[in-house]
Design a protein around this ligand. Structure first.
Ligand code: MSP
Length: 645
């Protein structure tokens, strides 16, 4: 089972940004996923270094193009390790091996009669580095670069692309997975419903020298796209390389929609002319905008990966991009969006699940995975949910539907968090007669965590490795790195000794402060009900002024130096912090996921220096001969923030 996955080779006229990072994270995640599924993988990325654009950028800085290309290519090469992206090959179009391959292919295609010399005049866009048709222009301008194209008349070499139009249409029609998602397949078929023109594949040296010389005419260099696309073959040492034999038939390219046409039309027709099988799949994704605006240098909103990693961490960035973008559609980046995902999906959901489970294992089974007793209905349900997730995950990852794969994973995380709440390990731990049941519950949780660590590996390699380490397992072990052999329930050996680790995803405090300020502003408007009520009878109008709501507890922690207080983070539906005097009645870990009733328009107050925005309602009552607080709740789960009338 082999896999060959590629990214576009990026132009060296711009430094790496979020768009480049996304495509490359996708390819890396997919290659890690395929390895998890047992495949031998080759993952290639690189830089595209010839052509007008690069020559111009180098001239602007007054350096020779190669020197300029060396510098920017290095920036790309240095960025990938920061993103935990591990390509097997980094190709540059200035590599002598690539240059030789391009020339030998040109010669072959020329010899077969598919290249001819002709006079041509047309509308040339320097940004696109190609001639545009009248039809493509919008108000006389190139739609991508917003500049009028130049009228150019010159003699050039042409590739007989039109000759392969019909065969290409048939190939796309017979192979529904050749171009996905379907919208892009349709776009290509619609483009192919019009007659295809031949492709100009040379540039006279009088106009451009920074390119690969045509082997059959030294007055010309190769058009940059004809040069660049061949990287997918030269990177495999085509035609004689062993890698070419092993990987070409399974080639999968990942690109964004901007370069659909060269990949879906030029490239397959070039391969047809060379007499080679076509690549297997083209995966096309949408564009990242920033705060709903196109990312561009002139607007000054270009997002750099290194900066994002510094601010949010690499695991968060990888998770966010894969979870937030529906593959194929555009998505919008904003710091609020990434912080929200970090705090809710990562810190609260997976982070809390992991830390509270490990804390209970430390406390109740001396830091060892216990031997489980017989599984009951709740345990079997969590097992089944996890097993179903493994199937959905495998299918969605294979289809590049990363956001759906992650949704399925997060359903398991939320089920596991609820499993803790309903099975109350802390209550079981109070009675030694329950120790077998406690062992079953903690084993079930640990097994769920192991499988979560396995499926999160391709997405967040760093965090997953920490989970694996914390669970006392080895990174390369089949138990966490082999879907086939380790992706089954019940393999985690009892007796495994846990190892201490730092929290996986600390919350982002900066945002918490910002949110606190926001909420304080909302609720601190003077409420006459509070001053006028004299704790005697109240009127209906007065009662109406109390804003009672259903809130869900998403995080709970003890407060240093306080025996009574717990710091709760609730959604109601907005996030807020509430300090509650319930620490003597509840353990923090049993509260996560509970719905409670709160007074949402309490005047904010600081308790132990922490601002509290509301109050939870609880009954003080005698339970089993002891006085305690019992939280009030609703009899069925309802949307958070529901008003209580
Ligand atoms: N050099 C050509 C590709 C040749 S491949 C044989 C090229 N280079 S590029 O530097 O412009 O990179 C384009 C690619 O970068 C897109 O297809 C996509 O992978 C990525 N992205 C650039 N901007 C992007 C966004 N705003 N959003 C998502 N990805 C984008 O074209």
């Amino acid at each position: 089972m082999n896999t060959y996955i590629t990214t576009p080779i990026y132009y060296v006229n711009a430094q790496p940004h979020l768009g480049h990072a996304y495509t490359t994270i996708v390819a890396d995640t997919y290659s890690r996923f395929r390895r998890l599924a047992g495949a031998t993988v080759r993952f290639q990325t690189g830089t595209d270094e010839h052509g007008d654009k690069i020559a111009e950028a180098a001239a602007k800085e007054d350096v020779p193009p190669k020197e300029y290309a060396d510098r920017i290519s290095r920036l790309f090469q240095d960025t990938w390790p920061l993103l935990e992206v591990q390509p097997d090959n980094f190709i540059r179009t200035t590599d002598p091996g690539h240059v030789a391959t391009v020339q030998s292919i040109l010669q072959k295609v020329h010899d077969s009669g598919d290249i001819y010399f002709d006079e041509y005049s047309g509308l040339y866009c320097r940004g696109c580095e190609r001639f545009l048709t009248e039809k493509e222009l919008v108000d006389g301008l190139c739609p991508d670069h917003q500049v009028p194209p130049q009228e150019i008349a010159e003699q050039n070499y042409f590739f007989r692309m039109s000759r392969y139009q019909q065969r290409l249409i048939e190939h796309i029609e017979e192979n529904p997975d050749f171009i996905t998602p379907e919208r892009y397949r349709n776009e290509v078929l619609s483009f192919l419903s019009e007659p295809l023109e031949d492709l100009c594949i040379s540039r006279p040296k009088s106009r451009l020298t920074w390119g690969i010389e045509l082997p059959f005419d030294a007055n010309f260099v190769t058009y940059v796209w004809f040069d660049a696309l061949i990287n997918y073959l030269s990177g495999l040492d085509y035609p004689d390389g062993e890698d070419f034999d092993r990987f070409w038939s399974v080639a999968e390219h990942v690109i964004a929609k901007d370069i659909l046409k060269p990949h879906a039309i030029y490239w397959p027709t070039m391969l047809m002319s060379m007499g080679l099988p076509l690549y297997k799949k083209l995966h096309v994704h949408g564009y990242w905008n920033v705060d709903d605006t196109k990312m561009s240098k002139s607007i000054g909103n270009v997002v750099r990966p290194a900066q994002l990693i510094e601010e949010y961490g690499v695991d968060t960035l990888r998770y966010f991009t894969l979870r937030e973008m529906s593959f194929g559609l555009d998505a919008s980046f904003s710091s609020d969006a990434i912080i929200a995902r970090k705090n809710s999906d990562l810190a609260n959901d997976i982070g809390n699940l992991f830390s509270r489970s490990i804390a209970m294992l430390q406390k109740y089974t001396e830091g060892r995975i216990p031997t489980p007793g017989p599984a009951g209905p709740a345990d079997l349900l969590l097992q089944k949910t996890t097993e179903q997730m493994l199937e959905i995950y495998t299918e969605e990852m294979a289809n590049f539907q990363f956001h759906r794969a992650l949704q399925a994973v997060w359903e398991v995380i939320s089920s596991a968090n609820k499993y803790i709440v309903t099975n109350e390990p802390w209550t079981l731990a109070r009675e030694s007669s329950n120790s077998k049941r406690l062992a079953t519950v903690l084993y079930t949780l640990s097994e769920c965590l192991r499988l979560l660590a396995m499926v999160l590996g391709p997405v967040m390699p760093g965090a997953a490795a920490k989970m694996v380490f914390g669970l006392g397992l080895e990174t390369g072990s089949n138990l966490v790195s082999d879907l086939e052999r380790g992706g089954r329930w019940g393999l985690l050996p009892a007796g495994t000794v846990l190892r201490p680790i730092e929290p996986l995803f600390p919350r982002m405090e900066r945002q918490q402060v910002k949110e606190t300020e926001k909420t304080v502003k909302i609720v601190s408007k003077g409420d006459p009900a509070q001053s006028e009520t004299d704790f005697g009878l109240i009127t209906f109008d007065q009662f109406q002024k109390v804003d009672l709501r259903v809130a869900e507890i998403v995080a709970a922690e003890r407060v240093k130096k306080s025996e009574k207080l717990l710091k709760l983070t609730v959604m109601a539906p907005e996030r807020r912090t509430i300090m509650a005097g319930i620490a003597e009645s509840y353990a923090p870990e049993e509260l996560i996921g509970c719905q409670v009733l709160i007074v949402a328009n309490m005047k904010p107050a600081k308790l132990m220096g922490i601002p509290s925005q509301g109050m939870v309602l609880a009954a003080r009552a005698m339970v089993d001969g002891k006085e305690r607080l019992v939280l009030s709740t609703v009899s069925k789960t309802v949307p958070t923030g529901s008003r209580v009338a």
